[in-house]
Design a protein around this ligand. Structure first.
Ligand SMILES: Cc1cc2nc3c(=O)[nH]c(=O)nc-3n(C[C@H](O)[C@H](O)[C@H](O)COP(=O)(O)OP(=O)(O)OC[C@H]3O[C@@H](n4cnc5c(N)ncnc54)[C@H](O)[C@@H]3O)c2cc1C
Length: 475
């Protein structure tokens, strides 16, 4: 029996596979596509995801393949400077096309020993008290302790579980593709600037190698968005919106996407869980979907690993849904708000102007940027000090950096007092005696996903909190 089968080798599934492998969990990733997709959906990573990559020792690879941009226009494209001194060592956007992100995450999962089976489509699932049987399109079967559906917005896993996916259906469909244009760059830029005054969903910009990434609203909502548009359809829509088709030709890929906004009612049904787009979909405004998915994976990985290894306390796996579903709910809500704010009618424009004025207040500006970048997340871990439930920024310590100590994905007690002990949990939790001027508490216990589980200086209080996240002490 395999420990965990992950369905879908998108960013969520690949990140999850790596997180599980860090704990020695046997992972098989099933992916129906024979080759990685070259469709460029996401264009970048936000601060919290960049921090996660740093926590896993992956940031240098990502920086080498991406470009850093200042964090401007982060909310509904409102052009407003971000507050000075964001609470992060990485106050930027990392521009990196999704195929590069997927490729780096796949490379990492393979390095850590995950098995990725391409051309393997899951078509059925049966679970019983001991495990889950996954049935593939070629009628072969796999038996696993747990299955995680990371199989995107049209998730087969979610449908097989009959998990309701309430929300709003697609009302506006867009065409997206990469192609060459005959028109000169200045002419394209001028037309795009003009059209975007009234249609924020329109865009065309260079994407490298002489190609343009173009997005234009479709004529209607198609019955199956998996069927790509033709170049002719693209041309028609460009003419309808811009009065010219820019002489587009030689497309590398063409696709459609909708603006459906939906959230799964449950993230877990016994031994089967959902993560990423399989659990939540929303329009790409604010660029948060992929970020949300890889952060789901970071939250779930160590908890599921603890479950497989047998040390997880009974309620640990359920905290995944309890913590991550409200985060997705909030992203959906923020995305809906941004959808209203980019409308060009007088009413929404007036609200946009008002919000822009409100962003002059530093607290408002900070609140919004922390929301979009994911660094404002506070999981509800019950009453406790202000830091508990929040992620901790990277800190310069006497001998190293905090995030450098987290590459192995284990719990971490940072103990400047040198008086605390994690004896009994040393197989799950590292203890480091070091200090930082930036640390505002005596000592801090971090979960493997970088969120604060406890702060203080009292050994008995620490002993009371360790079992909640790391189970019983080893004998
Ligand atoms: C135009 C556009 C722009 C976007 N821009 C951004 C952005 O800037 N920032 C951002 O954070 N997000 C952005 N997103 C969202 C982002 O692309 C998604 O949120 C992200 O891809 C979700 O990752 P995932 O791994 O959960 O799902 P997916 O990337 O959809 O991967 C799911 C995988 O599962 C496989 N699969 C499906 N069914 C099966 C099956 N039955 N068996 C086996 N395999 C299966 C699929 O082939 C696929 O490889 C954008 C989306 C769009 C459409």
């Amino acid at each position: 029996m395999i420990d965990v089968v992950v369905v879908g080798a998108g960013p969520t599934g690949l990140m999850l596979a790596s997180e599980l492998r860090l704990h020695g969990v046997e992972v098989v990733v099933l992916e129906k596509g024979l080759e990685p997709t070259q469709h460029v959906r996401s264009l970048g990573l936000h601060v919290r995801s960049i921090e996660l990559m740093d926590q896993r020792g992956l940031l240098e690879r990502f920086l080498a393949h991406g470009t850093t941009y200042p964090l401007g226009g982060y909310f509904a494209g409102i052009d407003h400077a971000v507050p000075a001194h964001l609470d992060t060592a990485h106050p930027y956007i990392l521009g990196i096309p999704q195929p590069e992100t997927d490729c780096l995450l796949a490379e990492r999962a393979l390095e850590l020993g995950a098995t990725v089976r391409r051309g393997s489509e899951l078509v059925d699932l049966r679970q019983d008290r001991r495990g889950v049987t996954a049935v593939l399109a070629d009628a072969s079967r796999l038996r696993a302790q747990y299955v995680v559906g990371c199989d995107g917005g049209r998730s087969t896993v979610r449908k097989l579980l009959s998990v309701p996916f309430p929300g709003e259906a697609t009302r506006v469909e867009s065409l997206l593709g990469e192609m060459e244009v005959a028109a000169p760059p200045q002419a394209v830029a001028a037309v795009v600037a003009e059209v975007r005054q009234t249609h924020k969903g329109f865009g065309a910009g260079p994407s490298g190698n002489g190609l343009y990434r173009i997005v234009v609203p479709a004529a209607g909502v198609s019955p199956d968005r998996a069927v790509p548009p033709t170049l002719e359809e693209f041309r028609r829509q460009l003419v309808a919106f811009a009065g010219t088709d820019f002489g587009v030709h030689s497309p590398r890929w063409l696709s459609r996407f909708g603006d459906a906004t939906r959230l799964a009612e449950h993230y877990r049904v016994d031994r089967v869980l959902l993560a990423g787009d399989a659990a939540h979909v929303h329009p790409p405004l604010g660029g948060q979907g992929l970020n949300l998915g890889i952060q789901d994976a970071a939250n779930l990985g160590w908890k599921l690993a603890g479950q497989v290894a047998g040390w997880a306390p009974r309620a640990l796996l359920d905290t995944y849904e309890r913590e991550r579903r409200p985060v997705a709910d909030d992203v959906l809500s923020t995305t809906r708000a941004q959808g209203e704010l980019i409308a060009t009618e007088p009413g929404p424009r007036a609200v946009r102007r008002l919000l822009s004025e409100l962003m002059d207040f530093e607290d408002v500006n900070r609140y919004l940027v922390e929301k979009i970048t994911g660094i404002g997340i506070r999981y509800d871990l019950g009453d406790g000090p202000a830091l508990v439930g929040r992620r901790l920024r990277d800190l310069q310590l006497g001998r190293s950096r905090l995030y450098e100590l987290m590459h192995a994905g284990r719990g971490l007690l940072l103990d400047p007092t040198d008086r605390l002990s994690v004896e009994g949990w040393t197989d799950r939790v590292d203890r480091v005696v070091d200090s930082s001027e930036e640390l505002e508490v005596a000592a801090v216990l971090l979960r493997p996903d970088g969120y604060v589980a406890w702060t203080g200086d009292d050994q008995q209080d620490l002993l009371d909190h360790l079992p909640r996240w790391f189970g019983s002490p080893a004998r």
